[in-house]
Design a protein around this ligand. Structure first.
Ligand code: KG4
Ligand code: ZN
Length: 358
């Protein structure tokens, strides 16, 4: 059993993951405390507030995870904590907590990449075999990653400016909808006309697999200014038009990525596209992805939402796989605010401007 601790953004989370006698992964506990309310008044995550909140919460969250799983520290095989990428203050809190527990109980420590946690989640939830294609769409990342094996990732596409979740959040802010924006934009979009405003589909039709959402955001702002003063219906129509543009853009990129995936592995049985990140909760986006997956003859796997968004179980599971592969880290493992999964991938223009959320 491995204890996993996650503090890279605005969730303080801890979980215990082990294996059943048959070898299947089992989540024994998964405790997540969201700081959404602490940050709501600021319309986004404030790093200093996040770090302080993690300090206050982390011990209690770890204790809760241990109690829920009914295990003692002595029964653990190892301790894992997210050490990057993310907000450094939070990362230090989680990493120090994990290292202290590991040192006190003479356990191996695993320094986990948050993105690896997301990338391996479909193996935890659906027992996927390598390789598979992953779409990670969250508040800090929009990436298409080929997951070839443990520690073996190839980034096929990333955003050259804003992440998709960030674009949803900024849309919400512009339209004075509450934070976090994604779910609120989706709610309002339900009663809106997606065709009322014609917004761009950035990079659509281009061969590269990267994303760009800042032009869409600007077009939305201009459309909103043009329609001001905004009534309820205007807001709904803007949300629906934005969501449709986002879904269509995503579908275009994923359609191309799936084609490349099929060409890379022409004989692979049961090819899979897995999704992770909070934006994967969006119905319109799921429908668009399902359409592309169907066209390509690929199965779409979407883990339950609680495991798509930030949580400790994904860190514990990534730690478990690494531990089983004999890859423990020293207590001197540093935290890293930036840490690409695919170390060979070059930063694209504008990349790293943000990187607070992963
Ligand atoms: O994965 P996540 O919980 O946190 C990280 O970013 O790591 O993702 C949060 C992001 C936010 O930007 C939020 O607005 C977006 O996911 N999101 C959504 C929806 N639910 C959450 N975006 C669109 N539609 C949704 N239903
Ligand atoms: Zn994340």
């Amino acid at each position: 059993m491995v204890l996993g601790i996650e503090t890279s953004c605005d969730e303080t989370a801890a979980a215990i993951v082990g294996r059943s006698p048959s070898g299947a992964p089992v989540i024994l506990s998964n405790v997540v405390l969201s700081q959404v309310e602490e940050h709501a008044a600021f319309g986004g995550v404030v790093p200093e507030i996040a770090a302080r909140a993690h300090v206050e919460a982390v011990d209690g969250i770890v204790r809760a995870a241990m109690i829920e799983a009914q295990v003692g520290f002595g029964e653990l095989a190892a301790v894992a904590a997210t050490v990057g990428p993310g907000l450094v203050g939070g990362l230090i809190v989680g990493a120090m907590t994990g290292k202290a527990i590991a040192a006190a109980h003479a356990l191996p420590f695993l320094a986990v990449n948050h993105l690896e946690g997301h990338a391996l989640t479909p193996r935890l939830t659906d027992g996927l075999a390598y390789p598979y294609l992953l779409l990670l769409v969250s508040g800090g990342h929009s990436q298409i990653i080929l997951v070839r094996g443990l520690g073996d990732y190839e980034r096929w596409g990333t955003t050259i400016d804003d992440a998709l979740g960030e674009a949803f959040d900024k849309t919400a802010k512009l339209l004075a909808l509450p934070h976090p924006g994604g779910p609120n934009v989706e709610k309002r979009a339900a009663t809106g006309d997606p065709k009322r405003f014609s917004l761009p589909r950035p990079l659509k039709g281009e061969a590269r697999l990267d994303f760009s959402f800042s032009g869409l955001k600007t077009a939305l702002r201009l459309a909103a200014e043009g329609a001001a003063p905004l009534g309820e219906q205007d807001v709904a129509d803007l949300c629906a038009s934005f969501q449709a543009a986002a879904a269509e853009t995503l579908a275009d990129r994923i359609g191309r990525a799936l084609k490349r995936f099929r060409e890379t592995y022409p004989t692979l049985a049961g090819p899979v596209l897995a999704v992770a990140g909070g934006v994967a909760a969006n119905r319109a986006i799921r429908v668009a992805l399902e359409g592309e997956a169907d066209k390509a003859g690929v199965r779409l796997v979407a883990p339950p939402l609680a495991l798509c968004t930030d949580n400790g179980a994904m860190i514990a599971y990534a730690g478990l796989e690494r531990f089983e592969a004999g890859r423990a880290d020293g207590l001197d493992a540093p935290v890293r605010s930036r840490w690409p999964l695919d170390e060979r991938s070059q930063p694209v223009v504008g990349f790293g401007r943000r990187g607070a959320k992963a």
